[in-house]
Design a protein around this ligand. Structure first.
Ligand SMILES: Cc1cc2nc3c(=O)[nH]c(=O)nc-3n(C[C@H](O)[C@H](O)[C@H](O)COP(=O)(O)O)c2cc1C
Length: 194
């Protein structure tokens, strides 16, 4: 049994992203895991100010929800990053959350080339929804996920679910007309299957 923390980086309360997360979480629980979903709409996390206080052993100077989330981040085996596609990449809320990982970095006396610190070892996954479904639709989001969370931070990728074709920006959420909710359930159910 693994401890999965889903970070919901935005979207409408009963929108495509919320439904995708709900299906994923249902599958992951069915697979024997514990799942907690944290909404960055309900829990405000501001972007990093770059003050470097955390690099001198001081707590983050920003008094927002991130400090309460740090124990949950540390306790999680897997962090699932979930977001609607906004202007071809992850939401600004999810980006701000990832920036704050700066203060959970640990000193690395012998970092590999191109890395300056180390991060707790964790699994991660990406869940995204979008109106469009072209071959380039998720390109920037996937590039950011791979470069930042996997290559740099060093998380172990458990997979991505890129749910394109979920309807237009202003229209009703249409993910229930696609196969993505079923895919999300199966993804969650099998994420730690033997
Ligand atoms: C500000 C904004 C920007 C968006 N940008 C894109 C985009 O670049 N490409 C795309 O395919 N859909 C885009 N969309 C559509 C959403 O990604 C899509 O409808 C998503 O499923 C909405 O998630 P929700 O139902 O959870 O709110 C955008 C929507 C909004 C509100």
């Amino acid at each position: 049994m693994k401890n999965i923390l889903v970070i919901q980086g935005g979207g409408r309360p009963r929108g495509n992203t919320a439904q995708l997360i709900e299906s994923f979480a249902g599958g992951a629980k069915e697979g024997g895991n514990t799942v907690e979903v944290i909404s960055l709409i309900k829990n405000e996390v501001k972007g990093c100010l770059g003050c470097n206080a955390c690099r001198y052993g001081k707590p983050c100077i920003q008094k927002d929800a991130f400090n309460d989330l740090v124990p949950k981040i540390r306790a999680a085996d897997c962090i699932v990053f979930a977001s609607p596609l906004y202007f071809w990449t992850i939401s600004s809320k999810l980006k701000a959350f990832i920036e704050r990982f700066y203060c959970i970095a640990e000193e690395d006396s012998n970092p590999p080339f191109g890395r300056y610190e180390k991060y707790p070892a964790k699994d991660c996954a990406l869940l995204m929804t979008a109106a469009d479904d072209f071959f380039w639709t998720f390109e920037q989001a996937v590039s950011y996920y791979k470069f930042t969370l996997i290559n740099y931070i060093g998380f172990n990728d458990k997979g991505m679910l890129l749910a394109g074709g979920c309807g237009d920006t202003n229209g009703r959420p249409q993910i229930d007309k696609t196969n993505h909710l079923h895919e999300a359930y199966e993804f969650g159910k099998n994420i730690y299957a033997e």
